[in-house]
Design a protein around this ligand. Structure first.
Ligand code: BTN
Length: 320
């Protein structure tokens, strides 16, 4: 009944539907119609109720739909096989399972909410309902394992490019793949791969974009560290548009990478990096490295000049 009532309101395109007509067409009492109207309002629909005229749909909640995304998407493969969920533990787990089962490259898993969103280094990832883009993409690049860092940097460059275009915000990349606005994180990327005999079998690229979160959505410990696009720009963004622009950007750079290698990606990443040229302290698995990051190597490592003037290439580390 909920669906039929919604359809009835939507097909009138903003005109009033009387309670009497709704109850007659749905074959339920007017009280039952009123209860459904209240439920829809709780779900985020804006419905005007006018005593003599009935109900009018004035706005729908920002929900991701498969038809909405697929009709907006200009990609060949990325996102074309789409698995959209209301709520999941982590989209990474679903995408990994699909990848193991042979899902084609570009298969996308998106959820409105994650109950156990994962971040890098075993951290959790805040993924409230309907406020962001929580998604995982299956990639099948035919490259050696040692190229995995390049894919991480590629994903960050593609996301930085699409978000800068959509929002006009001055978004920078903190090595290796955090996107920041004024030093606060707006998105995170987590690549998980499966390899066989030194080559990658598949990679699941997990991308979390804090699109429309509001200050109340953040726990106190994240207030100074994280921000959404909406908070940074002072206006909400259409998440379907954000997802489509990102997938288009990623597909384009991924194809460029396959044809021309890492060189062009490296230049893009370096152009938007906020980590280069400034003294830094890096916690690597082998210990602390202090120095000035100069740029990326051809393999995707961060090249750092240390105090004694020597050069060190770092593949994995956290900024202290
Ligand atoms: C980080 O910066 O620590 C990486 C965060 C990655 C979050 C995304 S949201 C979609 C996908 N599913 C997850 O559980 N994690 C990634």
């Amino acid at each position: 009944m909920r669906e039929r009532l919604l359809e009835m309101l939507a097909e009138r395109e903003g005109e009033f539907v009387s309670g009497e007509e709704a109850s007659r067409r749905l074959g339920v009492s007017r009280t039952a119609v009123w209860k459904q109207i209240r439920r829809l309002a709780e779900e985020g629909y804006t419905i005007e109720a006018c005593r003599n005229r009935g109900y009018r749909l004035a706005g729908a909640p920002d929900r991701l739909t498969a038809t909405g995304l697929l009709s907006r998407l200009g990609t060949k493969a990325f996102g074309r096989s789409l698995h959209l969920y209301d709520e999941v533990g982590s989209t990474q787990d679903i995408a990994k399972r699909l990848a193991e089962e042979g899902a084609p490259e570009g298969t996308l898993v998106i959820a409105e909410r994650q109950t156990s969103g994962r971040g890098r280094m075993g951290r959790t990832w805040l993924s409230p309902k309907g406020k962001g883009l929580w998604m995982s993409l299956v990639l099948r690049p035919d490259v050696p394992i040692l190229c995995t860092p390049q894919l991480t940097l590629l994903t960050a460059a593609a996301l930085c490019r699409s978000l800068r275009r959509q929002t006009g915000l001055d978004i920078g990349i903190k090595w290796p793949n955090d996107l920041l606005v004024d030093g606060r994180k707006i998105s995170g990327i987590l690549l998980e791969s499966s390899a066989e005999e030194e080559r990658l079998r598949h990679v699941v690229a997990g991308i979390g974009i804090s699109v429309n979160l509001e200050p109340d959505d953040y726990p106190p410990e994240l207030e100074a560290k994280a921000v959404s696009l909406r908070m940074a720009a002072g206006r909400p963004f259409d998440r379907t548009e954000t997802a489509a622009l990102f997938l288009e950007s990623l597909e384009e750079l991924y194809n460029l990478y396959r044809e021309d290698g890492f060189g062009p990606i490296r230049l893009l990443w370096e152009a938007w990096s906020v980590s280069l040229g400034k003294p830094a302290v890096l916690k690597t698995p082998g210990g602390i490295v202090e120095g000035v990051p100069l740029g990326l190597t051809e393999h995707g490592a961060l090249r750092v000049r240390t105090a004694d003037g020597s050069l060190t290439d770092i593949f994995s580390a956290e900024f202290a």
